[in-house]
Design a protein around this ligand. Structure first.
Ligand SMILES: Cc1cc2nc3c(=O)[nH]c(=O)nc-3n(C[C@H](O)[C@H](O)[C@H](O)COP(=O)(O)OP(=O)(O)OC[C@H]3O[C@@H](n4cnc5c(N)ncnc54)[C@H](O)[C@@H]3O)c2cc1C
Length: 427
């Protein structure tokens, strides 16, 4: 059968369906840009749902991320955060979290201080903004409130007892309970399936009844993150009412519900707001020219050719396929862009895995100018219509610095601003 060829023309093509790609789409639509996002499923399902700005510097946990950014610009002038001021990064965070809240998943307002958010292993991590379904957990931990943590037999990677044991010194008022998840007794459990089962109100009362029975005066109840997929705030409020205590979710190990929720919401809501979204497909080849780029994708039934006057690359690192490593070194997979990298494989890693200085490989990536345009070996923009954002950028170590979402959001904001100025002829 002959394959059809579909051609699409757009102003800005965003390649990548991670946080940077979706943030870029939000910023681009807000600027009124004609936008298409081409994204293969990636690391978004791995996130906790927390949006970190800057949690750690020089091995020190930061309470004040904005002051941390000021210090980071001094210490690491090549860091992508150094391309933007705090006012711009704050605006980017606020626009992004407001947009997500408007689309259907409420997030806490980014403030002046980091929050101590809960992880399933019973430790807290510094982050700036959390889903509303998780915010009561931050409060419960901060105040040391009498809290019941519930887990379910058959759910891998979440143990209420481990959570309690690791928090024993800092949160003595924790108690734990293991209950069978109604309707799934004796089965291996998957968070995504449990979350979808709680979408329907009739799925909620049997669970709420079991929790009520073991509450024993707890002011708060913590559950693994399974409170619905499409309307978590509604499920959360309804379960809170049924249980009669403040309720919060704790992220589970990946792939986890909070990231899947975000991805499904973006895929549902952004096309309604004008985005041309081509999900679940990889761009197999791109040609850059003086007037823009042409991106080629192969769908199950048709081929696609997207012509764009500007392109924003947000393809992530190794896990998502934006960067690739082999015996010869590191390369950028789609356009063959130069990758800033250690001088040889022997320098990728330090001898000690936990070396506080981190590993050089983790700071490899694309070099850009102040407009987030990837640079060639001579230091000139590869193409004036090409921009990049997110984890694919060099000179950052988002895992160690606890700045994954912050980097994605801030760089997407900066890259879209520069692309809009170029497209509108004001750059
Ligand atoms: C286990 C884990 C836990 C995390 N926890 C947190 C956390 O608690 N807080 C936090 O702030 N951040 C967290 N992060 C980081 C965060 O999820 C993102 O990884 C980070 O923000 C980078 O986003 P990105 O969009 O740049 O890249 P990615 O999320 O990696 O997305 C890149 C996208 O590009 C797509 N792609 C690649 N090549 C192509 C192509 N040729 N054509 C089309 N699409 C392509 C990929 O499929 C993917 O969709 C976590 C990440 C992981 C892996």
């Amino acid at each position: 059968m002959k394959r059809e060829l579909r051609r699409v023309e757009t102003g800005l093509a965003i390649i990548g369906a991670g946080l940077a790609g979706f943030a870029a789409s939000i910023f681009a639509l807000r600027r009124g840009l004609d936008t298409a996002q081409l994204g293969h499923t990636g690391a978004i399902a791995y996130t906790t749902g927390y949006f970190d700005l800057l949690g750690v510097m020089d091995g020190r946990v930061l309470d004040e991320p904005w002051a941390g950014l000021d210090a980071l610009r001094e210490a690491e002038p090549a860091h992508p955060f150094a391309r933007l001021g705090n006012d711009e990064i704050r605006e980017a965070f606020e626009i992004f979290t407001d947009a997500i809240s408007d689309m259907g998943i409420a997030y806490s307002k980014p403030g002046d201080h980091n929050l101590s958010a809960l992880l399933p292993s019973g430790v807290a991590k510094p982050t700036l903004s959390v889903p509303a379904t998780m915010l009561p957990g931050v409060e419960a931990f901060r105040t040391g409130a009498k809290t019941l943590i519930v887990d379910f037999p058959g759910l891998q990677g979440f143990s209420a007892t481990e959570f309690k044991v690791n928090f024993a010194a800092s949160w003595p008022a924790l108690s734990v309970c293991r209950i069978e998840f109604p309707g799934f007794e004796g089965q291996q459990l998957y968070p995504e399936v449990l979350a979808r089962s709680l979408e329907a109100p009739h799925g909620r009362e049997p669970l709420a009844e079991k929790i009520r029975a073991v509450l024993d005066g707890a002011e708060y109840v913590g559950l693994p993150a399974v409170l619905g997929m499409h309307a978590p705030d509604e499920v959360h409020a309804d379960m809170e009412r049924r249980i009669g205590a403040r309720l919060f979710e704790i992220p589970t190990i990946p792939p986890a519900v909070p990231g899947i929720r975000l991805r499904e919401m973006f895929e549902r809501e952004l096309p309604r707001r004008g985005l041309v979204l081509v999900p679940q497909l990889k761009v197999s080849r791109s040609e850059l020219g003086a007037d823009g780029a042409v991106h080629h994708l192969q769908g199950p039934l048709e081929d696609l050719e997207i012509s764009a006057r500007a392109t924003l690359l947000a393809t992530g690192r190794f896990l998502s396929g934006g960067l690739y490593a082999d015996q010869a070194g590191l390369r950028e997979t789609l356009l063959g862009l130069p990758v800033v990298q250690p001088s040889g494989r022997d320098n990728w890693y330090r001898r000690d895995y936990l070396d506080p200085r981190g590993h050089q490989l983790n700071r490899a990536g694309l070099e850009t100018d102040a407009q987030f345009r990837p640079l060639d070996a001579a230091g000139a923009p590869v193409n004036p219509r090409l921009f990049a954002a997110g984890a694919v950028l060099a000179h950052q170590d988002w895992v160690r610095q606890r700045c994954g979402a912050g980097l994605a959001i801030a760089a997407a904001y900066g890259a879209v601003k520069a692309a809009a100025e170029m497209l509108n002829g004001s750059a």
